[in-house]
Design a protein around this ligand. Structure first.
Ligand SMILES: [Zn+2]
Ligand SMILES: [Zn+2]
Length: 143
């Protein structure tokens, strides 16, 4: 499996992934809208052990989710690029912002949309995908 490389816009944070990304999940929650400045986020859910930071240390913002859980949001402290998020209670899983990859594989597709109840009318959604009004059960790690 190929190693994928990525990082933030300014290059201060760099990482590499040794995992096969199979599906993407789009999140339309209001926190992702604020954090991205757009309709939400598109992510690969990966085992944290397969992502290695090779340069820099992301800054962390602790956000209290509607559920009461704390979600860690990691970003570049220099350029502000969002990089990944992680539940406080599940550090073994990383929800990686797929746009931070240098060259995402061509064949990747969004297979599920979550937090559809706060999706915006100006955010295009493929009707052929799975959709959830909120967070479905704990995100499965890629096999
Ligand atoms: Zn940066
Ligand atoms: Zn979200």
């Amino acid at each position: 499996m190929p190693t994928l490389n990525g990082g933030c816009l300014c290059g201060a944070i760099r990482y590499s992934i040794d995992a096969d990304i199979k599906e993407l999940r789009a999140c339309h929650c209001t926190h992702c809208q604020k954090a991205s400045g757009t309709g939400g986020s598109v992510n690969a859910v990966l085992p944290s052990a397969q992502v290695k930071f090779t340069q820099g240390t992301p800054k962390r913002y602790d956000a209290k989710a509607e559920s009461g859980r704390t979600l860690y949001r990691f970003f570049c402290g220099d350029c502000g690029s969002p990089l990944y998020s992680q539940r406080q209670t599940a550090p073994e899983t990383m929800v990686l912002r797929i746009g931070s990859l240098d060259s995402p594989p061509d064949n990747l597709k969004i297979t599920a949309h979550i937090w559809m109840r706060s999706a915006r009318s100006w955010d295009a959604i493929d009707p052929g995908t799975k959709q959830f009004p909120q967070q479905p059960d704990a995100p499965p790690a890629t096999k």
